[in-house]
Design a protein around this ligand. Structure first.
Ligand SMILES: [Mn+2]
Length: 265
């Protein structure tokens, strides 16, 4: 019995099938965890999402920013942009089931000694805050007015977290931090203007995992979202987006021995 954490599939269904063949995935024995961004940019978002949903108890997943964007396009007046490739989901006859499936997904998972998030964890956050905030977002995603909730999440403010933020501000920070963050300050202030290499952070900022005073620096964190972290060699930091949609690889890591399995895309 093995647990595998899989990086950003982004609708690359054929690569996912190759990867599952490579790990000899057995639905009787193995459990898959998807690190978010299962849809968009690749050519088979609908097939991928149906497949993951049909895995039922064999698969868990967290929401990534592309999954979240799909929810917004499905449930608000927001329109897909020209690069989005998930309109097959929006037109599908099982669209409501697929969207309902995503609406139940958390922003973080704790599994054995591993912590799973899509983008990262602010340096000042411990596990208690992560799961409290993930639960708060889930409360709104499953609430009566998910449409206005999703609409109000599209903003970069507040860029800092405080205990006294109102719930919607706290949700917006949480989504931006757990699903989109790359660079931040040691106090958790987020930065979204730069998409540069992790070691070229803008003045005053660092890649979130490079802050030496991080509260969770001794917790193994598995994440996706940032595809060019191949050279990162930090204890307890496991970047798993290996750039499938950029002709890189789709990868899974086996929890028990941290062995990485990859297929070229
Ligand atoms: Mn992402």
């Amino acid at each position: 019995m093995s647990d595998y954490f899989i990086g950003d599939v982004q609708g690359c269904f054929d690569s996912l099938q190759s990867l599952l063949k490579k790990i000899k995935f057995s639905s009787d024995k193995d459990q898959l965890f998807f690190l978010g961004d299962v849809v968009n940019r690749g050519d088979k978002s609908l097939t991928t999402l149906r497949f993951i949903k049909d895995l039922d108890n064999n698969a868990k997943m967290i929401l990534g920013n592309h999954d979240f964007h799909l929810l917004a396009c499905a449930l608000t007046s927001r329109k897909p942009n020209s690069k989005d490739t998930f309109t097959d989901i929006l037109r599908a006859n099982d669209r409501d089931e697929l969207i309902g499936f995503l609406l139940k997904k958390p922003l973080a998972i704790k599994h054995k000694d591993a912590l799973l998030v899509h983008a990262g964890v602010p340096p000042i956050w411990d596990q208690e805050i992560i799961f409290k905030q993930s639960a708060l977002v889930q409360k709104y995603l499953q609430g009566d007015d998910v449409s206005s909730f999703l609409s109000s999440m599209y903003d970069n403010e507040p860029n800092k977290y405080h205990n006294d933020l109102d719930e919607l501000d706290a949700c917006r920070y949480t989504i931006n931090a757990l699903m989109r963050m790359r660079f931040c300050k040691s106090d958790g202030e987020l930065e979204f203007d730069h998409k540069v290499n992790y070691d070229q952070a803008p003045e005053g900022y660092k890649a979130w995992f490079l802050h030496s005073d991080r509260k969770l620096k001794n917790t193994d964190i598995f994440f996706g979202h940032w595809s060019d972290l191949a050279n990162v060699n930090q204890a307890h930091v496991y970047p798993m987006d290996h750039g499938c949609i950029w002709s890189g690889a789709l990868s899974a890591i086996r929890l028990e021995d941290r062995k990485i399995f990859s297929v070229n895309c």
